[in-house]
Design a protein. Structure first.
Length: 116
């Protein structure tokens, strides 16, 4: 009988030890559900206003897809768009930013909603 109790105690101890591991793996899996946006710019010359408009269109579409995928609405959706813009600026090269500023000088109403 004591052998049976020892086995149950050992199984219970293993189950208690495995509980945090299961919790950590499920918490870690949740971090990878953030949507990723890829914006192709290799075919564009960002210093040209027409290409800068196309870039703006691609950015707007990618931002809408990412924020829609997160399921936010209202003010949270607006905050998601602002975060997307910050992330975009952080990922752009200085040359890309300079080219967009050149296009903005040529056509001042080009980026009404963004600051480059």
């Amino acid at each position: 009988m004591s052998n049976f109790v020892n086995r149950i105690a050992a199984i219970a101890a293993l189950a208690l030890a495995a509980t945090p591991i299961i919790g950590l793996s499920s918490a870690h899996a949740g971090q990878w559900k953030r949507p990723i946006a890829r914006i192709v710019v290799g075919d564009l010359r960002l210093a040209h206003p027409a290409d800068a408009r196309e870039f703006q269109r691609r950015v707007d579409r990618a931002a809408a897809q990412v924020c829609h995928a997160t399921g936010v609405r209202g003010m949270s959706y607006r905050a998601c768009l602002m975060d997307f813009d910050q992330d975009l600026r952080a990922e752009m090269t200085p040359t890309q930013i300079s080219d967009l500023r050149t296009a903005l000088r040529a056509e001042p109403t080009l980026f009404a909603s963004r600051d480059f």
